[in-house]
Design a protein around this ligand. Structure first.
Ligand code: FES
Length: 112
């Protein structure tokens, strides 16, 4: 059923399973020139952000996931996994993408 969804609905791209991503880690997906980081939280939620910190483009996929946020590995900005916005006093946002978990399969919507 999940395969049928991937074949018939071009909006949602199958990008692997949740087992491909370590808890509190990320895996990168290429989309043309953009790299998208797909994150897995400690309670098995998944989120997708462009792999580019809104501060100075640090690789968020190498950051530390905690709760619903990721801390950038370069200068420790905290970025919301829900919508890509910088938290606290920091300002800016990175692009976020809808993600759907069907069983253990992850689907990414790149059209939004
Ligand atoms: S590049 Fe991410 S905090 Fe500076």
């Amino acid at each position: 059923m999940n395969v049928a969804l991937a074949e018939t609905d071009l909006t949602w791209r199958h990008v692997g399973t949740i087992d491909d991503i370590p808890r509190q880690g990320a895996r990168c997906v290429k989309n043309a020139e953009m790299t998208i980081a797909v994150f897995r939280t400690s309670d098995d939620r998944v989120f997708a952000l462009e792999d580019k910190c809104p501060h100075k483009a640090g690789p968020l996929s190498n950051g530390i996931v905690h709760g619903g946020c990721v801390t950038c590995p370069l200068h420790n900005w905290v970025i919301s996994l829900e919508d890509g916005t910088a938290q606290g006093a920091d300002e800016g946002a990175t692009a976020s993408f809808p993600v759907r978990l069907e069983g253990r399969d992850i689907y990414l919507n790149l059209s939004a």
